[in-house]
Design a binder for this molecule. Structure first.
Ligand code: F0G
Length: 451
């Protein structure tokens, strides 16, 4: 059976093409912009292919009890909203999705918010939100008969791609900026058998090299310019809505790097609203690191009309991106939902990450920008005490253990960065201590530890 009901629509000029006609770099031949997946049948109210919201809610709930591997995936459980494959038999899944939604009680109390949750996408099979997108796009790669897949990455995309390629029996090529990705992520690419090339450039330089390679060799590009990635990455929006019985939060707060994830989640909420699954969209806000903030600058300089690439610097290496590919899509989501785009400093990121850790929710530094950003939105009243807020935590804490250890040892932040925040930082630091191998020494260390 052919389940495939999609076409691709250019985000810039509106040109429509069939999925198999996309160029290897996924850019529009007319205007150079990116595509997004569109399901023409959904817009016609009487169409047979327009999903029925009540039936979907029931079906998706039923599938939770199923032992079929496709139903156990938190992406493919919602497959009616991503009919991108000719046959679901081609789906490559590692049981991604179904990630936990945790209540943040301490942070909520400190911020004076009633309802604060974290959707922890770091609890995916390879430890980041990339898995939800990778299961979708890798399945397309296999269905189209590619032997090689490739991506440029700050680390998480490459880890996810390498794992899913291995499951699919495909070869994978990873381009990463030398010395600029966290060890945990590099280890994963190696473990899953990717050809891993460390280039003497930054992430944006890796993207440029790869764009040329895919023009010359039959390699399937799995960066987030690939619109099928976003189809998978929109499913956490469905999980969030389902978890709250189809009521949506007032605010969804997402980190911004290459700016695909915010776009994908926005697409998920938009489509659910259009299909009648939910009544409204949350305000979607994107938070960048201050040293890698091209979208924040774009809003300040041109209201999001144009974007000047920056040279990116941040210890949150996952979002060290100066020339984000999906910025126009992110602008649309922020504007249509009435969200905001702001940036946070290295100190604010480090403190927020430690605060999340102290609540038992480890995450990557790039994920902690969400809590740091929320503090600002709350402080100036853009988020109200009665608002219902969800932070999207994108990566697992073990991805970048060096960062965490450096923070707790006190060697992460430079003196000028910590200045004025010493008390806050000291209260959060929990360095490991060397003690004699006696019960007395250990008990003394316990007594000596702060509250
Ligand atoms: N958080 C983490 C942990 C990431 O790895 C990334 C992106 C982002 C946030 C930003 O998401 O790019 O969709 O805005 N990592 C990419 C990578 C670029 O190569 O792994 P975005």
């Amino acid at each position: 059976m052919n389940d495939n009901l999609h076409q691709l629509r250019c985000f810039g000029c509106g040109e429509r093409i069939s999925g198999s006609d996309a160029r290897p770099d996924f850019r529009c031949a007319q205007c150079g912009d990116l595509f997004e997946v569109e399901y023409p049948g959904w817009s016609q109210r009487q169409s047979n292919s327009r999903p029925n919201p009540g039936a979907l809610k029931w079906l998706w709930r039923e599938r939770r009890c199923s032992s079929e591997s496709l139903d156990q995936s938190g992406v493919w459980r919602f497959r009616e909203l991503l009919p991108i494959l000719d046959s679901y038999g081609n789906a490559i899944t590692l049981r991604e999705g179904n990630t936990p939604l945790y209540r943040l009680t301490r942070a909520a109390r400190t911020l004076g918010i009633d309802q604060l949750f974290a959707k922890h996408q770091g609890m995916n099979p390879t430890g980041s939100f990339k898995d939800t997108g990778m299961t979708a796009a890798m399945s397309v790669a296999r269905e189209r008969g590619f032997e090689w897949v490739a991506c440029a990455s700050t680390g998480n995309t490459s880890a996810a791609m390498a794992a899913y390629a291995a499951r699919a029996g495909l070869r994978s090529l990873v381009l990463i900026p030398e010395g600029k990705i966290a060890w945990g992520k590099l280890a994963q690419a190696m473990d899953y058998g990717a050809v891993t090339c460390q280039l003497k450039t930054d992430f944006d330089g890796c993207v440029e090299v790869l764009a040329k390679i895919v023009q010359e060799a039959p390699i399937y590009l799995l960066n987030s310019v690939n619109p099928y990635r976003l189809e998978g990455q929109k499913t956490p929006a469905i999980e969030i809505a389902e978890a709250f019985d189809w009521n949506v939060p007032d605010h969804l707060i997402v980190p911004g790097g290459n700016l695909a994830n915010s776009s994908a989640l926005g697409k998920g909420f938009r489509e659910m609203r259009e299909l009648g699954l939910i009544a409204r969209m949350p305000h979607i806000s994107v938070i960048q690191a201050a040293g890698s903030n091209p979208l924040v600058r774009s809003f300040a300089q041109s209201g999001g009309a144009s974007l000047e690439p920056v040279e990116a610097h941040t210890r949150a290496s996952a979002i060290r991106i100066g020339n984000p590919a999906s910025w126009r899509k992110a602008v649309r989501v922020i504007q249509e939902t009435g969200g905001w785009c702001l940036d946070v400093t290295e100190t604010e990121i480090a403190i927020a990450k430690a605060e999340l850790g102290a609540e038992g929710l480890g995450c990557e530094p790039a994920s902690a920008v969400t809590l740091a950003g929320l503090k600002k939105l709350r402080a100036d009243g853009r988020v109200a005490a009665t608002d219902f807020v969800v932070l999207v935590l994108t990566g697992h804490t073990l991805k970048d253990a060096d960062y965490t250890i450096d923070f707790h040892r006190g060697s992460l932040l430079k003196e000028h960065e910590a200045m004025g925040h010493e008390a806050e930082i000291d209260a959060l630091r929990r360095n490991a201590v060397a003690v004699d191998a006696t019960p007395e020494a250990v008990l003394a260390a316990m007594k000596g530890s702060a509250g």
